[in-house]
Structures are given as structure tokens and as C-alpha cells.
Design a binder for this molecule. Structure first.
Ligand code: ZN
Length: 56
């Protein structure tokens, strides 16, 4: 699974807003983590579906 995330990993909202981002998981470098602007601002914890990595 190396597709780019299309939804925020933490909240599930579509990554359509300005400020949305996605990046490879810091833990496994395989999964794509999606971040909505809201979750970035609030530092919401996400969980990687591949390796279980948690990050703010
Ligand atoms: Zn991972």
C-alpha cells in the first residue's frame, strides 16, 4: 500500500482543504499519512494502519 492518502488519517475528512498534506509514515515509510489542516493545528494523534506508529 503506497497510495497517497486521500483522507485525514486521524479524522477521516477528505484532504481537499488548503493546508492539507500527506506524507509517508515515519514509522514504516510505506503507508501514507493524511493530515487535515484542523488536525495539524490541533496536533491530533494519528495511528498508522500499517505499523501502528502514533504521531501528532
Ligand atoms: Zn507506518
Amino acid at each position: 500500500m503506497s497510495e497517497r492518502a486521500t483522507n485525514c488519517t486521524a479524522s477521516g475528512v477528505p484532504l481537499v482543504e488548503e493546508g492539507s498534506t500527506s506524507f509517508p509514515c515515519p514509522g514504516c515509510d510505506t503507508a501514507s499519512i493524511g493530515r487535515s489542516p484542523r488536525c495539524r493545528n490541533q496536533g491530533v494523534i494519528y495511528n498508522c494502519a500499517e505499523c501502528g506508529y502514533q504521531g501528532p
